[in-house]
Design a binder for this molecule. Structure first.
Ligand code: FES
Length: 432
């Protein structure tokens, strides 16, 4: 092979200004030689390194990406690196699920005095990447496999008996003025009832699949006065998260819980929530056992059994159908920002084009913004007009939060949220 054909890896290194950058500088001033394959990008702190930058690195042609900052306890901003460490624990799982090759993503702590360590890390990463060869799997085409499909759980007539009692209760609430509006299910989807005589519009049947808590964030609903909302046990968890994030005051909402054996949606095949736990009033008989009523389809396991390249190809094929209608965002009770990051154009953080690159960027941002917040209601998958099973990304992050921090969003109102907090013992076995 001629010298011109030898593969020289490109490594993009996002480094903290206060430690690693100075460590790299020290390596230079003390004339420690290291491969010239690294392109350094200096940022104020590892806590400031946006997850999208890692993807951007690959998009501009990097074969490997390095993120490096101050050692724990040395951060210039006290805890930026501790927060970054937490985010990376979850973010790595998301990237793995999407099919990014984790052997090409590196994290390290390098202080201003560790010029030698910088030399060593860059030499090792360059050699390792050289062995792996050029990165050509980004948004890979071809070879996509399908996932197994679950059997929907039938809706039982036993559940229907609750409908009459539900209507009666809502009629009383509106007559007495306990609430000003009831957000429930109607024949053709969600129903907003403000008059007692309209309570008969409310239904409880196998089409009651939406998570209605998403309406509580709407200005139009807030303007009507105190609401009552009908929730299934799986939806009720959203209320716990929304209250934790100061989006609702639980005491200002009347919660009507419906015991549920599943409403016939694919998401019901793996749902284990059967009886509302936090409702002010519950209808329907508590049903058990608290286990899935049919075997879960193991779609997630099937996805993770693929090679990273196959997973990337799977998602590329799925995302090619996305038209960026943002139904997944609109239907999600946890997406409540006044202005979503994807709508901001100064600067443009996420490519707004419905191109493969733009869709990957959007779906990564959407999923990661829901990390350790998603309650698994599965509405994103249900609402997607292109039939993309977006909840698989949320499942990956949910599993990561459960396994690493024992955290289940929406289950324990007293549990501390995963992101926004940290402990000195957080795992860092993936950091050099
Ligand atoms: Fe270096 Fe925060 S200042 S990681």
């Amino acid at each position: 092979m001629s010298e011109a054909n030898v593969f020289e890896p490109k490594i993009v290194a996002y480094v903290c200004n206060w430690c690693t950058y100075l460590g790299a500088d020290l390596a230079g001033t003390t004339r420690l030689e290291y491969p010239p394959n690294v392109r350094i990008i200096r940022l104020p702190c590892t806590g400031r390194i946006d997850f999208n930058l890692i993807i951007k690195g690959f998009e501009v042609g990097a074969d490997a990406v390095l993120v490096s900052g101050c050692h724990p306890g040395d951060c210039h901003y006290t805890a930026g690196n501790y927060h970054a460490r937490r985010r990376w624990i979850l973010f790595r799982e998301l990237l793995d699920t999407l099919g990014f090759d984790l052997r090409r993503i590196h994290f390290t702590w390098i202080s201003a005095a560790e010029g030698k360590k910088w030399q060593q890390v860059i030499t090792e990463i360059t050699e390792q990447t050289r062995q792996l060869g050029p990165y050509t799997d980004l948004y890979a085409d071809g070879g996509a496999k399908d996932l197994p499909v679950g059997t929907p759980v039938p809706f039982t007539t036993r559940t229907l008996a609750a409908e009459t009692a539900l209507r009666e209760h809502c009629r009383n609430l509106l007559t007495e003025g306990t609430v000003k509006v009831v957000v429930g299910y109607g024949e053709r989807g969600p129903a907003v009832v403000t008059r007692a005589e309209d309570a008969n519009r409310l239904v409880w049947n196998n089409r009651c699949c939406s998570n209605l808590t998403t309406y509580l964030k709407r200005k139009e609903i807030k303007a009507l006065g105190k609401p009552a909302v009908v929730v299934k046990p799986c939806d009720e968890k959203s209320l716990v998260v929304l209250e934790k994030e100061s989006q609702i005051e639980r005491k200002d909402i009347h919660v009507i819980g419906m015991a549920c054996e599943g409403v016939g949606e694919p998401k019901c095949t793996f749902c284990t929530a059967r009886t509302p736990r936090f409702a002010d009033k519950t209808f329907g008989e508590p049903v058990g056992p608290e286990t899935p009523v049919s075997p879960p389809p193991n779609r997630f396991e099937a996805l993770m059994a693929m090679t990273p390249r196959e997973r990337m190809a799977f998602w590329a094929t799925q995302f090619d159908r996305c038209v960026k209608c943002y139904a997944c965002r609109q239907v999600c009770p946890m997406c409540y920002c006044e202005r979503c990051i994807v709508d901001k154009n100064r600067p443009i953080a996420i490519d707004p084009a419905p191109s493969r690159k733009g869709i990957f960027a959007w779906q990564i941002a959407r999923a990661f913004h829901l990390a350790a917040r998603c309650v698994g209601c599965g509405e994103c998958s249900r609402a997607c007009p292109a039939g993309i099973d977006l909840a698989l990304l949320n499942i990956a992050l949910h599993k990561a939060a459960q396994e690493n921090f024992g955290y289940d969003a929406g289950v324990d109102p007293a549990a501390e949220p995963v992101l926004g907090a940290y402990t000195l013992q957080d795992k860092e076995d993936f950091i050099r």
